[in-house]
Design a protein around this ligand. Structure first.
Ligand code: FAD
Length: 341
């Protein structure tokens, strides 16, 4: 078995509510580790609407969604949480000693006394592009994310898409791949202008290829791709391809959360409104993933849920310790934890 990472509280999901939970738990001396399938923190705020202004965060008449995530990261920094990105939590089981074992799709193992599910609308999963026969190559040659750059070294890589992920990986894989070809259905790109300029510069220097059109067919054997066809305005182009990276956006699916034996209510996890605990003692659910009468899927509701969950989590982790209610304004012990001079 791989190495086991132990922590007090394992948080599934690094969206705004998982992040704020680190703060509340940290005030009560609980160490946290967060796992997210995305490659960075922020959940829906970072992935779906980073540049949109939010108007209903208490104390901020207006704040950008990514700005809120950045502020939350700054707020939790004193508690030094652990993060594991690019991993989907697939397994959750109770051990004989009462604590929990959490496993990921890359077989990492985590153990914690308390699990907090802050999984929002579920896991973001890549959309499969409409390329005939793509399923046959998904084990070996088609990747929907770059987990290890080394897996692309020396390969003929074809990146498909016109957004930030497609441009980022075109630029980052160019130095390691045998050849990178970027395929997009039109000459305009939706990515950061600086990256678009860098990509054009590489193409002008013949360091990458850019093909305008849509992938219409794949060729290979035994699950291993060797080439593909791009149908473009000037006809078909054959492109050598041993690694295909399509970036066609993400969709949200409940995913493995449904398989953990918890009661569900229309794809949400019912909780009580005192502790926000699920049908399994020691497993809490906060934020968009939970359900109770009157539930509102708002960030401010999730913040409140994190504060109340923390009180209950503390009783599990330190059952003999008296939980003292304190204000952050006036408690010197909280100031110490926060590094307030
Ligand atoms: P999420 O932000 O969904 O984060 C959950 C995280 O869990 C995700 O990153 C996901 O990848 C991860 N995850 C799930 N399952 C797994 C798994 N098995 N393994 C690993 N990781 C997993 N709310 C407001 O209060 N005000 C607004 O103005 C507002 N505007 C919005 C505008 C838009 C366009 C949208 C889409 C939402 C808006 N919301 C707004 C809603 C708000 O974004 C959500 O309430 C909030 O993001 C919920 O936070 P969360 O942390 O519970 O979940």
């Amino acid at each position: 078995m791989s190495d086991i990472t132990t922590t007090d509280v394992l948080i599934i999901g690094a969206g705004p509510i998982g992040l704020f939970a680190v703060f509340e738990l940290g005030l009560f001396d609980m160490r946290c580790h967060l796992i997210d399938i995305l490659d960075r923190p922020g959940g829906q705020c970072a992935e779906l609407y980073p540049e949109k202004p939010i108007y209903d965060i208490p104390g901020y008449p207006v704040i950008g969604a990514q700005e809120l995530v950045d502020k939350l990261l700054e707020q939790i920094a004193p508690f030094k949480p652990g993060f594991t990105f690019n991993r989907m939590v697939t397994g959750l089981e109770r051990l004989e000693n009462g604590s929990f074992r959490v496993t990921t799709d890359e077989n990492e193992v985590f153990e914690a006394k308390v699990v907090v599910i802050a999984a929002g609308g579920g896991s973001f999963q890549p959309k499969r592009p409409p390329i005939p026969g793509i399923e046959a190559y998904e084990q070996a040659s088609v990747r929907y994310a770059v987990r290890r750059i080394e897996d692309f070294r020396g390969h003929d890589v074809v990146v498909v898409g016109g957004g930030d992920s497609a441009l980022d990986w075109t630029l980052n894989l160019q130095p390691v791949a045998r050849r990178v070809t970027l395929v997009h259905r039109r000459p305009e790109f939706r990515a950061a202008p600086d990256n678009v300029n860098k990509m054009h510069a590489l193409r002008d220097a013949s360091a990458i290829d850019l093909v305008i059109g849509q992938v219409s067919g794949l060729a290979g054997e035994g699950g291993a791709l060797h080439s593909l066809t791009v149908k473009g305005p000037d006809g078909d182009t054959e492109v050598a391809c041993t690694r295909l990276l399509p970036f066609f956006g993400l969709t949200m699916k409940l995913g493995p959360v449904a398989e953990w034996g918890l009661n569900l209510h229309e794809n949400q996890i019912p909780v009580d409104t005192e502790k926000f605990e699920t049908s399994e003692p020691g497993i809490f659910a906060i934020g968009d993933i939970n359900w109770y009468p009157g539930k509102l899927k708002l960030i401010l509701s999730g913040f409140h849920e994190a504060a109340l969950m923390t009180q209950a989590a503390k009783h599990i982790i330190s059952p003999t310790e008296r939980v003292v209610f304190q204000y952050t304004t006036s408690s010197t012990s909280l100031h110490k934890k926060l590094g307030v001079p």
